[in-house]
Design a protein around this ligand. Structure first.
Ligand SMILES: NC(=O)c1ccc[n+]([C@@H]2O[C@H](COP(=O)([O-])OP(=O)(O)OC[C@H]3O[C@@H](n4cnc5c(N)ncnc54)[C@H](O)[C@@H]3O)[C@@H](O)[C@H]2O)c1
Ligand SMILES: O=C(O)[C@H](O)COP(=O)(O)O
Length: 630
């Protein structure tokens, strides 16, 4: 008959701790040895061979102890160091070790001398620690180990578990093949390959379940745990060549991250997004209502750029999907490109360069002008427009700007009361309006006609803002003497062939939407946006969300946090509170923020609560999304 009793057998090295204890001991004993690195590498190699079962474990142990040349007095320092290097998901789940102390054992091929004091802090007494013991010489040097102990032998864990003769199911959690063999030999019922610190292919291949941390193990066994849903189950998809720092940051926090260099079509995204919890994109990927409808698990979208109009923000909001962007990370990059292009266009540098590429020497001052004293007209005096204003003025340009909103003039910049006014006086017009749909074809024939003869145009904003055919006509007629275009009405999803009517025109700089593509900007974005994503997924914070009520929440310990997103209809909060009262929850904090469409309420409750409350909260009419944290 099946019994409910379960025994949890933990490996020590690289499982309870993030390191191999004998490697740490080597760091201590070899601190002043000139051959330290060499010996440590040798020890690590021998450890791996032993753990993977490539050499007999006894042999691996003997060799390592000899190389270590350790003394009893080194053990105290070792224990202190190991205490600092416990696996983080072990440290964060002390509650499990407290509540299930009677069912937890440590079976390790390490040594009781350092394992006992460490695991004692986790409620595991010495009599439930099965491990080797050192042999010391009379001067206190470690010279060997108790060879009678089965754990000093090849596949010793099998014999050890047999000798333990435990009742009930036996689950082994460890990183090595030497843990798996207990399952193979039939003395353990399940083997969980623990990969938080090291992923050993042989163990992973054979595992009943791969557990990237203890949270996952506790989740599949429905045991008490620090977080309700293991992070490794949260899938993040990063598209469009987002900087690899973003991948590292999110993966280091425990999420499962996939990164693709290109954008996806609507159909491909619909297929892919079904299992995705977090989507990261740049300016190309269109997140349409159809995509959002298919995104049943999607919690948040990170736009790793400034623009967010490629995302249907309202539909996201209606589905409880929070959107973040990086509003300033690439501002400076765009401005520097604009400055460079203003100078290049004024000096006709590109035609001169092309001539030489074509084998022609055409030295001339004709059509080559300084920027000093020229009038720069900035259309859209937002973050980029203002920054450009400051730098252009520093180069001696006279700056004019036009914005549909009231904007404070920086330096000596002068406000124009209409676009016509700005166009009629500017030697260079630089467009920095936002990606609002109302700005579609904002700049066409009428605007080119209003420009000064021979003026220059720069568009680093959005492709749909300028009527490209009208620009072509203006350039061909020399009404406009040159242009720098970085953005196009239609841009390809991936690098490759590209065509625009502007190709081949004189004094026209064409760049492939690289205004924000500097290493500095991309690195900064890869820091900024993941922080926002993690703050939302891990704690519920929506500070700086572009489509959602903003809430900054205090960090919560020893409590559960409910996140309830609902339609903002009369009486809904009363219903939420009625449910909380019905299940007699001890509410330790409640935070609410709303806009005209949605309400976002966060409720912190005591660790102990009636689990039925969660389904009752989900069932409240007009609930959009419900999530539990911790
Ligand atoms: N080429 C690139 O790689 C790149 C990089 C970053 C940003 N951008 C684009 O640059 C543009 C500006 O970015 P930002 O961060 O300065 O945005 P922002 O929102 O800070 O500023 C935009 C300004 O334009 C004004 N505006 C909007 N419509 C206008 C109109 N019709 N006439 C006059 N003013 C108008 C707004 O009031 C606002 O002040 C955006 O379109 C953004 O998508 C492009
Ligand atoms: O919106 C932006 O920040 C720019 O258009 C840059 O977009 P990108 O990240 O796709 O280059």
């Amino acid at each position: 008959m099946e019994t409910a009793q379960k025994n949890y057998i933990f490996d020590f090295d690289s499982t309870l701790t993030s390191v191999e204890a004998l490697d740490v001991l080597a760091e201590i004993t070899l601190a002043n040895n000139p051959k330290k690195e060499e010996i440590i590498n040798e020890i690590q190699e021998i450890t791996n061979l032993g753990v993977d079962g490539e050499i007999s474990f006894t042999e691996s142990l003997e060799k390592r102890i000899k190389l270590l040349n350790a003394h009893q007095s080194n053990l105290e320092e070792l224990i202190e160091k190991l205490r600092q290097q416990l696996s983080s998901s072990i440290e964060s789940n002390k509650e499990f070790f407290e509540k299930f102390s009677d069912d937890i054992y440590v079976v390790s091929c390490g040594f009781k001398e350092f394992i006992d004091p460490i695991v004692k802090d986790y409620n595991i007494p010495s009599n439930r620690v099965y491990a080797n013991t050192f042999l010391f010489d009379e001067d206190g040097y470690i010279i060997g180990f108790d060879e009678e102990n089965p754990l000093s032998q090849h596949n010793g864990k099998i014999q050890c578990l047999k000798d333990m003769n435990l009742d009930g199911e036996i689950q082994v959690i460890g990183d090595g093949y030497s843990d798996y063999v207990t399952r193979k030999a039939g003395v353990a019922d399940k083997f969980f390959a623990f990969t938080e610190n090291v992923e050993r292919e042989k163990a992973v291949k054979k595992a009943d379940h791969v557990t990237p941390n203890l949270d996952e193990f506790l989740f599949v066994n429905d045991l008490p745990r620090n977080i309700s849903y293991p992070k490794n189950r949260i899938k993040i998809l990063l598209l469009e060549n987002i900087h690899s720092d973003a991948f590292d940051r999110l993966a280091d926090d425990g999420f499962s991250v996939e990164i693709l260099s290109h954008s996806l079509s609507e159909d491909d995204l619909i297929e892919k997004i079904k299992d995705i919890h977090v989507l990261g994109i740049r300016s190309k990927t269109q997140v349409t209502p159809k995509v959002i409808k298919a995104a049943k698990k999607l919690l948040t979208i990170g736009a790793f750029c400034i623009g967010t109009k490629q995302i249907d923000l309202e539909t996201c909001k209606e589905h409880g999907i929070v959107v973040f962007n990086a509003p300033y990370s690439n501002t400076r990059s765009v401005v520097e490109l604009a400055i460079g292009e203003i100078i290049m266009l004024m000096r006709s540098v590109f035609p001169r360069s092309t001539e030489i590429h074509n084998g022609q020497w055409q030295k001339t001052a004709k059509g080559s002008r300084e920027v000093r004293g020229k009038k720069l007209g900035i259309v859209g005096y937002g973050n980029i427009g203002k920054q450009l204003s400051v730098l252009a003025e520093a180069m001696g340009m006279n700056v004019y700007y036009y914005d549909i909103e009231d904007r404070l003039a920086l330096g000596n910049a002068q406000k124009c009361s209409s676009l016509e006014e700005l166009l009629s006086i500017s030697d260079v017009v630089s467009l920095h309006v936002d990606d609002n749909a109302a700005n579609r074809n904002f700049f066409g024939k009428a605007q080119f006609d209003q420009m000064k003869d021979g003026a220059l145009l720069i568009n680093l904003a959005r492709g749909f803002v300028v009527d490209i055919d009208a620009l072509k006509v203006a350039l061909e007629s020399k009404k406009v003497a040159g242009a720098a275009i970085d953005v196009y009405p239609q841009e390809p999803r991936a690098n490759g062939a590209f065509e625009t009517p502007l190709q081949g025109l004189n004094n026209v700089i064409l760049t492939p939407h690289v205004g924000g593509s500097t290493e500095e900007a991309q690195r900064d974005i890869a820091d900024f946006v993941p922080n926002k994503i993690m703050a939302y997924v891990n704690s519920g914070n929506t500070v700086d969300a572009v489509n959602f009520p903003n809430i900054r929440l205090p960090r919560q310990t020893n409590a559960h946090r409910f996140l309830h997103i609902h339609k903002n209809v009369p009486g809904i909060m009363a219903k939420v509170n009625k449910v909380l009262a019905k299940y007699e929850l001890n509410v330790t904090g409640q935070y609410l923020s709303t806009d005209s469409k949605v309400g976002y309420v966060i409720v912190d409750v005591d660790k102990e609560y009636n689990k039925k409350v969660t389904s009752a909260l989900k069932k409240i009419e007009n609930t959009i999304k419900f999530r539990i944290l911790y």
